[in-house]
Write a protein that binds this ligand. Structure first.
Ligand code: R5P
Length: 271
């Protein structure tokens, strides 16, 4: 049991109310709003080790800071690398769900500790099979193709990938390939992260303009910054569904059993 509170000036107070000597400790923290959460998480891990934990692992259902994986402009911080270094220096292992691997081929490219990425695709495919008849899986950009292709293959449906050009944090322009042969299907947009929601909103708008029925929006990690959720709801979509890696009203797919399995394997590896 970890007691946590903030002092009036915003600094963190932490106290483990359980003896940790000789124990394998697993901290569970999903890392949306990472700037608010990470410092106290690192304090907790370091304290656990001082108090005699035999290993300290991190279960982070959503792993933050994976998207800045390149210096796009001179002088930019490649924060994915620095964040990975901070966590790797403090934890013995890491488990998460579908990290945003785009330019990195695996977490091992930047994490120096054992890091397991749980694949949510089987759970997404179960949801789509049960809820959508005659689906067309749509990846809204090239980065989402890995999830769209895996989901489509798992349910035996076709998939298409749109082209996205990002002009700013909340400005994206999407274009559709020729969609004629997919008429009569219900589009299911799938992406790993819904943040500002602009990618999904723009993709849904394009599909509607082309005469397709309202699409379902399936996101693995629903971050829903600011008014993203209400804007997406207002974009004429059939439904918005996420996994529970980040608690949200749209959560309909439970990843906890898969994550628990990964964490259990990692704990055993450190015994
Ligand atoms: C791309 O890098 C990701 O896969 C998502 O497409 C992106 O994070 C979605 O962002 P937003 O919801 O802000 O358009």
């Amino acid at each position: 049991m970890l007691n946590y509170r903030r002092f009036p000036d915003g600094e963190s107070y932490l106290r483990f109310a359980t003896a940790l000597e000789g124990r394998a400790v697993v901290l569970v923290e999903t890392l949306n709003a990472p700037d608010e959460k990470t410092l106290s998480l690192l304090f907790a891990a370091r304290t656990a080790r001082e108090l005699g934990a035999t290993s300290v692992g991190l279960v982070a259902p959503y792993l933050a800071y994976m998207r800045q994986d390149k210096r796009f402009q001179t002088g930019e911080a490649i924060t994915s690398v620095h964040y990975a270094a901070l966590l790797s220096q403090t934890f013995d292992w890491l488990a998460c769900v579908d990290p945003h691997l785009h330019r990195y081929s695996s977490l091992a490219d930047i994490y120096s500790i054992p890091a397991l990425a749980v694949d949510a695709a089987p759970l997404l495919s179960t949801w789509v099979k049960a809820q959508v008849s005659h689906p067309l899986i749509v990846g809204p950009d090239a980065e989402s193709e890995q999830w769209a292709a895996a989901l489509a293959a798992a349910i035996g449906a076709p998939h298409v990938v749109l082209e996205k050009i990002r002009h700013g944090d909340r400005e994206v322009v999407l274009s559709l390939p020729n969609m004629e042969k997919w008429r009569g299907r219900t589009p299911v947009l799938v992406d790993d992260i819904i943040s500002s929601g602009r990618t999904m909103i723009s993709a849904a708008g394009k599909l509607r303009q082309t005469g397709f029925p309202p699409p379902y929006c399936l996101g693995i990690h629903g971050l829903f910054a600011e008014d993203a959720y209400s804007m997406l709801q207002g974009a004429g979509v059939a439904g918005i569904v996420t996994t529970n890696t980040v608690p949200h009203v749209s959560n309909a797919i439970d990843v906890s059993t898969l994550l628990a399995g990964a964490a259990s394997a990692l704990v055993s590896a450190f015994l």
